[in-house]
Write a protein that binds this ligand. Structure first.
Ligand code: TRP
Ligand code: ZN
Length: 445
């Protein structure tokens, strides 16, 4: 048996060092204490994984933070750091197919991220806590992780915060305990989750827990917004979630998770929403107007099927997330008696042929254009054009079949094309080539 190091990345063409080779994570147990007074997070992460090769050593992804100790299988391990790679050498090699638990103790002030397109994201320090949301990067700024959507795992969060604050993560609430001025909030994300979809959002929140359609909802609205127009619009938009989930379930098939809900913080420095699994996070800016708010809620809820349950296998497949979630907004608009999907398609299709809108390669946009608005709108247009091409019966059989075939897993564009061809019985290579892989305005469907 030749024990060898696991690779430093999973081989994503856009982000070669994201994730790692040589093992598959089953679960994360993240015990973190966060003190908003000094922004310091103290963590103990227990990571259970199976070796997929004979491992002499392996990497986790971790950005910043100070590592204090590491054990593998209860035995102290050696480690070193190289940029975002935490390189762990256990006392003895780990044979292929053997399960092992790694415990990393660490602390520090998590870095906040920024991008020219979306502004600040990641672990954002607020006046009373933190908002934790980012894509594709965020997880490695606050816990050691196999940071790529292709390695999903279940999560338990034990988040300790000063008494009086709330800590909200993904999945089902499992209660809280207080002692010595601190409260520990436990949350469990039972269904497998991609790392970037995890959150530990902390602050003074009004929590609303309810069950609808068999799904456990928890909404969190910053208390500073309660009684304001933003807070009222957010409350009303969140109250419509069960109705939106029902509508989307009718089109996409059953809701894929046991929990749902939304989070809005009054922190005004970020301006996006993210489809955190079972608990999307919204900038307060989305709750200026009810119709706009509901459209964004429909987008993030649609991501629960497309993006979260069916996650990308690699980042170039991003239109499978954003195109689908945007198309859901078009369908919801039509359902509400506003603009129809056909009208929305036509409005975008009238964009002149020389516009940069047609230059982005939707099926492989490159890391800098991952979240270009063309990925969203031309992704949705691709679905509408497909609907026109294969007809409503096949199209509305394809959407739930795709959600179900890949449920709680990962998907690629090639797999989606294959399923579309199988269900429609049509050869669709030329169609998808025009819509996804050609930097020019496609012919009208
Ligand atoms: N996926 C998010 C949405 O459309 C948007 C998004 C892209 C994002 N990159 C981000 C959000 C980075 C936060 C940080 O719903
Ligand atoms: Zn989206």
């Amino acid at each position: 048996m030749a024990f060898a190091p696991g690779a430093a990345g999973v081989g994503d063409p856009y982000f070669p060092l994201d994730g790692n080779g040589g093992y598959d994570v089953l679960s994360y147990d993240l015990a973190v204490r966060y003190n908003p007074a000094n922004d310091v997070l103290v963590g103990a992460a227990t990571i259970r994984a199976n070796a997929t090769q004979d491992l002499s050593r392996f990497n986790l992804d971790l950005d910043g933070m100070s590592v204090r100790s590491i054990t593998v299988g209860g035995v102290p391990a050696q480690w070193s750091r190289d940029g975002g790679e935490l390189i762990i050498t256990p006392a003895a090699g780990i044979p292929q197919d053997v399960g092992f638990a790694t415990v990393v103790r660490y602390d520090g002030v998590p870095d906040t991220l920024g991008s020219p397109l979306l502004g600040i994201s990641g672990f954002m320090h607020t006046d009373d806590g933190a908002v934790v949301a980012g894509e594709p990067d965020v997880a490695a700024t606050w816990f050691p992780v196999n940071d790529h959507p292709s390695d999903k795992a279940s999560y338990t969060f034990r988040i300790t915060v000063p008494v009086g604050l709330e800590a909200v993560a993904n999945g089902i609430p499992r209660g809280r305990t207080s002692s010595g001025g601190w409260t520990t909030w436990t949350w469990q994300a039972v269904e497998p989750m991609a790392p970037y979809l995890s959150t530990a959002t902390i602050g003074d929140f009004d929590l609303r827990a309810y069950v609808a359609g068999g799904i456990r909802y928890v909404d969190a609205i910053d208390v500073d917004l309660i009684g304001t127009r933003t807070g009222n619009v957010a409350s009303e938009a969140f109250a419509r979630q069960p109705e939106i989930v029902d509508f989307l379930s009718g089109v996409f098939g059953g809701y894929p998770f046991s929990a749902a809900g939304g989070i809005v913080d009054d922190y005004g420095a970020f301006s996006f929403a993210l489809e955190n699994q079972t608990r999307p996070i919204y900038s307060r800016g989305f709750f200026s107007d009810a119709r706009f708010a509901e459209s964004v809620v429909a987008h993030e809820l649609a991501h629960q099927w497309y993006g979260d349950s069916v996650a990308v296998q690699a980042w170039q497949h991003i239109w499978l997330n954003e195109g689908f979630a945007t198309y859901a907004q078009w369908l919801w608009s039509e359902e509400e008696g506003f603009e129809t999907a056909a009208e929305t398609f036509a409005a975008h299709y009238s964009t002149g042929p020389n516009s940069p809108f047609w230059k982005v390669i939707i099926g492989d946009p490159g890391p800098d254009d991952l979240f270009d608005s063309a990925v969203y709108n031309r992704g949705a247009m691709t679905l509408h054009a497909l609907r026109e091409t294969i007809g409503d019966p096949d199209f509305f059989a394809l959407l739930p079949a795709w959600a179900q075939q890949q449920e709680t897993g990962n998907g690629t564009t090639a797999e989606f094309v294959a399923l579309a061809e199988q269900i429609s019985g049509q050869q669709l290579d030329a169609f998808f080539d025009d819509w996804l892989f050609t930097p020019a305005k496609p012919p009208a469907p």
